[in-house]
Design a protein around this ligand. Sequence first.
Ligand SMILES: *Cc1c(COP(=O)(O)O)cnc(C)c1O
Length: 481
Amino acid sequence: MTPEEFRRYAHQVVDHMADYMGSVEQFPVRAQMLPGGVESALPLAAPEQPESMDEILKDVGQIVRPGLTHWQHPRFFAYFQANGSPPSLLAEMLTAAFGQQAMLWETSPAANELEARVMEWLRQLIDLPDSFTGTIQDSGSTSNLVALLVARERALDWRGNEEGLSGVPAPVAYVSQETHSSVAKAARIAGYGGAGTVAVATDARHRMDVRALERAIVKDRERGRVPAVAVATFGTTGVGAMDSISDMADVCEEHGVFLHVDASWAGSALILPEVQAMARGLYRAHSLVLNPHKWLLTHFDCSAFYVKWPKDLLRTLRVSPAYLESDAGEGGREYRDWTIPLGRRFRALKLWFVLRSYGAEALRGMIRRHVQWAANLERTVAAEPDFEVVTPRSLSLFTFRFRAPGMDDVTEVDRLNLALLEMVNSDGFTYLTRTDVDGRPVIRFVVGQLWTEERHVTESWSHITRIARSLHTVRTKRSPG
Ligand SMILES: *Cc1c(COP(=O)(O)O)cnc(C)c1O
């Protein structure tokens, strides 16, 4: 394809992008497709001869589009949102055009230095002290892994790196029952193992029980294990619980344990002073992750990872072969040493576009609106006679269940709620996901999509109640008594 041919098709594709953005609301949120639906439409082998771009683009419309779950849909209330705003998209287009591989300063001074500066901007916006230094990781999962690796090596005095883990005392990571699954995965990869991953009990508000944390640390030390890291979650994925960072910091400081804060979702809301006040003691953490690719309008992937002691991070991860020699200058950084893969995308550009083109004030306004709409809906749900709020709202997330009148059997109520969720999602009008609370399924409602207006929230709620009540009526008719 010549640059001129590229220009012609690129204009078509951009028109397509703008049309999609303007019409995404018309699509069913969750893909209306059975497994195998896309694969069965694809040839079994790659073509030997070139195919025209017209044909390829036609297949995007006919094969790919129907297989999309529309994350940019204003009635997407599932998981956590993955927002792709227009300014972020413009930056992603440029990022792709420049095709940078930003592993070293020298392979992309622009990517390197822009990253340093936007991480500073974001650090100030979330009111984190300048004792923290940031880098952009591909995901919250990688950030959690990096934190667990650094914590392990600090606790083992870098013997793990040197000797491997078989001859050293066992490092232990403390999580809660609500900690994200990526931390359990990171603990496996980092060699803590299931045995070295302690799930500390939670209190009635699903926060880590700090006294139980302290008891576990003391017990492990007595047994000759090495308490290495405690993971505090600021906004758990299931119910949005917020561990007490400052109480955990007391325990961690007392016992010399690394404190990592996973704020992958709620961390974006730290641009609000009223949310900063909820994260008391954050400055005492050793590392922190938040995902602008969730709630700060920046395309996946963009995960902001901050550490207090970059030297420890470098000592853990840096390996320097001759073929990667480079010079970032006095005070410069080689980000290849800050993460797992060597190769790095130019991710700072999209965050820079977002922060500049919206400005902090508009971003704060958006998050406040999302929180307000969730609060309004929570009140509505609480007032419905046949629904209950199960876990109260944390920022823009709460969970609920349908309490069908006259249905007392817990198993039956749970089954009805799972059926309700599946019906809501398979009809495509709106999209929500579940979690378990105290061993029972509940439905999560989380507001956070860029295009969402309050009417999308209320429309979705009407839709859910309508389906719930019809479902219950059908069941009652089918099984009288
Ligand atoms: C989403 C989430 C993660 C994982 O983030 P990825 O960027 O998808 O890897 C980790 N922890 C919490 C609390 C999350 O909400």
